[in-house]
Design a protein around this ligand. Structure first.
Ligand code: ZN
Length: 567
């Protein structure tokens, strides 16, 4: 999932342009910006357009492409069908998030407003706390278009219908004003039928049997709201070059009950080389587990390997995942019964990560990393760190050693931040070990270290309120204390390559001990002390605001962007 993903990474998807563990957060830019927007909307129409034009410019436009030469002719013929089906998901998401897309776009005063409406799938600014940016528009209904805007909690509670909380139904009013529960396959019948036809046509072309099966089952799910069989088939995909994540998937658009799934689609081309490497690393987990620098009792479990990892390029984003901040990692399926049976697949979206690296992380590094270490900030190192973060979720222990049950349960609301911090730090541990074992040769360990530091600045740029932001600040503050980096008088930061490995060991030990002990109070105290942005860093981060670094990306995508002519 983009946001909800698995419980583990759920939190991560948070903010702004988070890389690891999914995107989807809706961070705000801060009050300065809100104020200026407000002022302009209060002024004349012209000024409002200027305000919105400036907001559009905060999104960097990038073209989504990949190496199509690795695809067969049949696969190339499948792409237009998949993209057409994705476009239907886009229309459906508009209906779920706002309502009548054409009506509001038709009323837009100018091109910039139209663009901003398109970016946000409606008149509310997703990266600015859903603040309305069109005059006369009220607050966004919490339940989006999944429920009647005037439905009360009492009314909902009284509604006697077993499907009212289903992912795949909406609640609406009948003529007599009473509530009814209607399945997606009925509400969106026409569009879903068309999407199903497209998937079936793509399935006919599919040479890969597992993909053929999945596409056919997904098509059927559109018509009967039964998604489990197709989710299972998706987990069984094997040796496929193309992938398609499509349908009603995440439930974040429903801010009222987090119950209803929003439509989205990713058309994906697998990076087979990286995916194979990841599969190999996952097999090394048991050996890596043994070497973790912590007392034996904190690493006695056998590392879980029920997660598949894949690296892919996205060639089309549609609907939920294309709204506001763009997702760069997806962990699916969300259905917990399937997770128990088959685990999940974490899909890392490599070309989008690269674009965020180029347009966001590098400019940040230019401002905050010491000049003589800027060359150590590389995409390869950054990508390795993100990938190993994901693999490292499988290391450590899931159960406390103090009889307090699972770590998740014992640590409660502090769990996510500690788990994300653990994955960050054990990801660095893995990179180090794999290099020693000669399993990883690309780039240098120093690149991993400096890129790690740079990436902290990126992820807390909009604040450290999310679990991942907190985890990042824990690393930052702990490393600072250990002398793993220093801040120069010019306000740039520099890694101390001698002390860095010791800091990694120290923090590994600390986090795994907290998890194993399951001591909620101690963990909360640790987070309260270490999970905050120090004033000095805040000042440095503020300097990024005025530097014109993009907030996020928007995409030029489709057949033309790919160099394929529409058929
Ligand atoms: Zn994570």
């Amino acid at each position: 999932m983009k946001k909800r993903f698995t419980n583990i990474c759920l939190a991560l998807m948070l903010a702004g342009s988070l890389w690891s563990c999914g995107g989807g957060t809706k961070a705000t830019e801060g009050s300065e910006k809100q104020d200026s927007t407000q002022t302009t909307t209060d002024n004349t129409n012209n000024n409002e357009a200027t305000g919105i034009a400036a907001m559009v410019k905060e999104y960097k436009k990038v073209k989504l492409t990949t190496d199509l030469s690795q695809l067969s002719d049949k696969e190339k013929q499948m792409l237009p069908l998949m993209i057409e089906a994705a476009k239907i998901m886009d229309e459906l998401f508009w209906m779920q998030s706002y309502g009548d897309k054409n009506a509001i776009l038709g009323k837009a005063k100018d091109e910039a407003t139209k663009q901003y409406l398109t970016i946000n799938y409606g008149p509310w600014d997703r990266l600015n706390g859903n603040k309305p940016f069109i005059e006369g528009i009220g607050e966004k209904p919490k339940g989006a278009q999944f429920y009647p805007a005037d439905m009360t909690k009492e009314e909902y509670d009284k509604l006697d219908n077993k499907d009212k909380g289903s992912l795949y139904t909406i609640i609406r009013r009948k003529e007599d004003k009473s509530l009814e529960v209607v399945p997606y396959s009925v509400v969106y019948k026409e569009k879903l039928t068309k999407a199903a036809e497209l998937l079936k046509k793509a399935a006919e072309l599919a040479e890969n049997e597992s993909l053929k099966k999945y596409l056919n089952l997904r098509a059927e799910a559109f018509l009967n709201d039964q998604y489990k069989a197709s989710d299972m088939a998706w987990m069984d995909l094997k040796d496929n070059g193309l992938d398609l994540i499509i349908g009603p998937i995440e439930n974040y658009e429903d801010a009222l009950y987090n119950a209803k799934a929003a439509f989205e689609a990713y058309v994906l081309v697998k990076d087979k080389a990286w995916s194979e490497k990841l599969a190999r690393y996952a097999k090394l987990l048991p050996d890596l587990q043994k070497g973790i620098p912590v007392e034996d009792k904190y690493k006695k479990e056998k590392p879980g390997s029920n997660s598949q990892l894949a690296a892919l390029d996205v060639i089309y984003y549609a609907g939920d995942c294309n709204s506001g901040s763009k997702t760069i990692a997806v962990n699916l399926p969300n259905d917990e019964s399937i997770q128990l049976e088959k685990g999940t697949r974490r899909s890392q979206l490599k070309n989008t990560m690269r674009a965020k690296f180029d347009h966001i992380l590098l400019p940040i590094s230019k401002m905050l990393i010491a000049e003589d270490q800027r060359a150590n900030v590389t995409f390869d190192a950054f990508f390795q760190n993100v990938m190993f973060h994901e693999v490292a979720h499988g290391l450590g222990i899931k159960n406390t050693i103090t009889g307090k049950g699972t770590v998740r349960k014992a640590l409660g609301n502090t769990y996510s931040a500690i788990e994300e911090g653990k994955a960050d730090i054990l990801g660095l541990y893995m990179v180090t070990k794999l290099r020693e074992m000669k399993e990883l040769a690309e780039g240098k360990l120093n690149d991993n270290y400096v890129s790690f530091l740079a990436s902290i600045f990126r992820s807390v740029r909009f604040g450290a309120t999310s679990s991942h932001g907190k985890a990042n600040m824990v690393c930052f503050n702990f490393f600072k204390k250990m002398g793993a980096f220093t801040r120069g008088e010019d306000g740039t930061y520099k890694v101390n390559f001698e002390k860095f490995p010791e800091a990694v060991k120290g923090l590994t030990n600390k986090l795994l001990t907290l998890q194993g002990d399951g001591d909620y109070e101690a963990t909360k105290k640790f987070l309260d002390e270490m999970g905050v942005v120090p004033a000095e860093l805040q000042k440095d981060l503020n300097s990024l605001k005025s530097a014109g670094i993009p907030k996020d990306l928007i995409f030029e995508q489709g057949l033309e962007a790919l160099g394929l002519t529409a058929q």
